[in-house]
Design a protein around this ligand. Structure first.
Ligand SMILES: [Cu+2]
Length: 302
């Protein structure tokens, strides 16, 4: 798939990239429609107050300065109004956090591991695992003879990767994020994702992308000499194409084919020790519907 200029990659515009997830749309709307205007209004108001005080109460206009030191009315106002402004910001802000941290049940899990300096993507339910390296330019002297050079079909310089993470469109994807050596950060601006990847820890985030396309991100934690050269390239494709990609990687889709007899054998005894095994799974949303981000977290997606 060929990336679309201006979607999922920087294109010189100011501000936040176009968002392709429900969380991203909510967060970018909150930022662009509420926080930025509020910041601008407060800045203009404070600047106006400053200018007014500087000119109105300058020494030449006030040979005998006022001796007032308290004004109860104005002190109540300048305490109360900022508190109300903060409460007005806190309500949508906490609501957004709740949506971010209450993901719907996942349709697909991808384990993301940061290394110095590349990413590994594992699909534990599909038996797929591979490394993803940045594609170097054709004239890069450090490019080995067996390394493919970047083309415009791969994506912009410093963002194109030799193997993209492929995701099915319209599915809830859970990312398990960790690192192998130092702290990295899995950042996808168009998904509103920036999740630290820490060695020895598993972090979780999620995305739901309806629009097929190619989206780019970068490691966003200073992780060493080639920190700037470990991009993230994600290709979102229709589910049927995703199934074909999994098969081409030697993997399998759950329910599509019987599992190998010895690979998933769990004895009844060990199964009975798993407390969540007895819990009913929530009903799957109808295909194509947007996931309800408002619903509280369940045991399955903790
Ligand atoms: Cu890194």
């Amino acid at each position: 798939m060929i990336p679309t200029p201006g979607i999922g990659q920087p294109d010189g515009r100011k501000g936040i990239q176009d968002q392709v997830t429900p969380i991203g749309e909510e967060a970018a709307g909150f930022h662009n429609n509420w926080l930025l205007p509020l910041c601008a209004l407060i800045s203009i108001f404070v600047l106006g107050l400053l200018l007014w005080a500087i000119f109105r109460y300058r020494r030449a206009a006030n040979p005998t300065p006022s001796r007032n030191s308290h004004n109860t009315t104005i002190e109540v106002i300048w305490t109360l109004v900022p508190v109300l402004v903060l409460v007005a910001i806190a309500i949508p802000s906490i609501r957004l956090l709740r949506h971010q941290y209450s993901p719907p049940p996942a349709d697909l899990t991808v384990k993301v591991t940061g290394h110095q300096w590349y990413w590994t993507y594992e699909y534990p339910d599909n038996g797929v695992s591979f490394d993803s390296y940045m594609l170097k330019e054709a004239n890069d002297p450090t490019r080995q003879a067996n390394q493919r050079a970047r083309t415009n079909a791969d994506g912009p310089p410093l963002l194109a990767a030799d193997q993209r993470m492929v995701l099915p469109a319209g599915k809830v994807v859970k990312f398990i994020v960790t690192a192998d050596d130092v702290i990295h950060s899995f950042a996808m601006p168009a998904f509103w994702i920036k999740q630290d990847a820490n060695p020895g820890q598993l972090h979780e985030t999620w995305a739901w992308v309806d629009r097929p396309g190619v989206y780019f991100g970068q490691c966003s934690e200073l992780c060493g000499a080639r920190h700037g050269f470990m991009p993230i390239a994600v290709e979102v494709v229709p589910p049927a194409q995703f199934a074909a990609w999994v098969a081409s990687k030697g993997g399998h889709i759950a329910g599509a084919a019987p599992p190998a007899p010895n690979s998933t054998a769990i004895s009844p005894v060990s199964q009975s020790n798993i407390p969540t095994a007895a819990q009913p799974t929530p009903p799957a949303p109808p295909p194509g519907s947007r996931p309800a981000v408002q619903q509280p977290a369940t045991a399955q997606n903790k």
